[in-house]
Ligand binder design. Structure first.
Ligand SMILES: Nc1ncnc2c1ncn2[C@@H]1O[C@H](COP(=O)(O)OP(=O)(O)OP(=O)(O)O)[C@@H](O)[C@H]1O
Length: 228
C-alpha cells in the first residue's frame, strides 16, 4: 500500500503507472554536474530522450538500468519501486542496449545464447525460428549465426545486440542510439522491428535516445528533453 501511495505521488502526472521516474537526480561521470529529470511511459509506447551531446542521456539509461547510482528520486515499474527488486530481476525487466554494442568471444549464435546461461533466464526458450524471423526483419542473413562476432561490422553488431535483448522479452528496452551505425534502409528495418515488438505483447515500452527525429515512426511518443 505504501508503495502505491509513493507511486501516485511520484508519478501522479503519468497517463498510466506503467513505468515512470520522478525527480531522479544523478551525477554526470565523476564531475559535480547533476541532472534532475521526471517522465513517464505508457504501456505499448515510446519515450524519446533528446538533448545536446554530453547532457546525460546515456547516463540516464544507465541509472534506469541500475548500472549507475541515482542520488535521489524514484523509479517505478507498475507502481513498484525499482529498489524493491534485486538488480538481476530489475535488469531482466529493464534491458539496456548501449551505444557501443557489447560483443563477446565466439559466434553470433554464442552471443545470442549467452544470456540464457544466467539463472534468471533459464526458463526462457531460445527459439531459432523467432531468431530467423527477426534476422529477416533486420535485413541480416541467417548464415550470420555462424560468423565470428568479433568480425561483425558496426551496423551488424548493433543489430545483433538489439536482437539479443529483444528475444529475452523484457518489459522495457532502454536503447541508446540503436540506429546510429546504420544506413537508411537498415535504420527503417530496426524501427520496423521495434514497432512490431511493441505491438506483439502488452506490458512493453521503449525509452529511446536518438539524435535523429523518430517522432514520425512513433507519433504518439512522449519526449523528454535533457539539458535545455
Ligand atoms: N564514467 C565516466 N567518467 C567520467 N565522465 C563521464 C563518465 N560517463 C559519462 N561522463 C560524462 O558525463 C557527461 C554525460 O555523458 P553521457 O554519455 O550521459 O551524455 P549523452 O547526452 O549521452 O551524450 P552523447 O549524445 O554525446 O552520447 C559527459 O560530459 C561525459 O563525459
Amino acid at each position: 500500500m505504501r508503495i502505491e501511495i509513493y507511486a501516485r505521488q511520484g508519478c501522479h502526472y503519468a497517463l498510466a503507472d506503467f513505468f515512470c521516474f520522478h525527480k531522479i537526480n544523478y551525477l554526470l561521470g565523476s564531475s559535480f554536474r547533476r541532472v534532475e529529470v521526471s517522465a513517464s511511459l505508457r504501456e505499448g509506447s515510446v519515450l524519446l530522450v533528446r538533448g545536446p551531446s554530453g547532457s546525460g542521456k546515456s547516463t540516464l539509461l544507465r541509472v534506469l538500468s541500475r548500472l549507475q547510482e541515482l542520488v535521489d528520486g524514484q523509479v517505478f515499474f507498475r507502481g513498484v519501486n525499482m529498489f524493491s527488486f534485486t538488480p538481476q530481476v530489475w535488469r531482466s525487466k529493464v534491458h539496456y542496449v548501449p551505444q557501443k554494442p557489447a560483443v563477446f568471444p565466439g559466434t553470433v549464435h554464442d552471443n545470442l545464447l549467452r544470456p540464457y546461461s544466467l539463472r534468471i533466464n533459464r526458463s526462457k526458450e531460445f527459439n531459432l525460428e523467432t531468431i530467423q524471423r527477426a534476422l529477416d526483419k533486420l535485413m541480416l542473413d541467417f548464415n550470420i549465426m555462424e560468423q565470428n562476432a568479433g568480425t561483425l561490422s558496426g551496423g551488424e553488431a548493433a543489430r545483433i545486440a538489439l536482437l539479443r535483448s529483444i528475444i529475452l522479452s523484457p518489459n522495457i528496452l532502454l536503447l541508446d542510439e540503436p540506429t546510429a551505425a546504420l544506413d537508411e534502409k537498415a535504420k527503417q528495418a530496426v524501427l520496423g522491428l521495434l514497432t512490431d515488438w511493441l505491438e506483439q505483447k502488452p506490458d512493453r515500452g521503449i525509452i529511446l535516445v536518438s539524435h535523429t527525429d523518430e517522432s514520425t515512426t512513433f507519433p504518439s511518443a512522449n519526449v523528454l528533453e535533457i539539458g535545455r
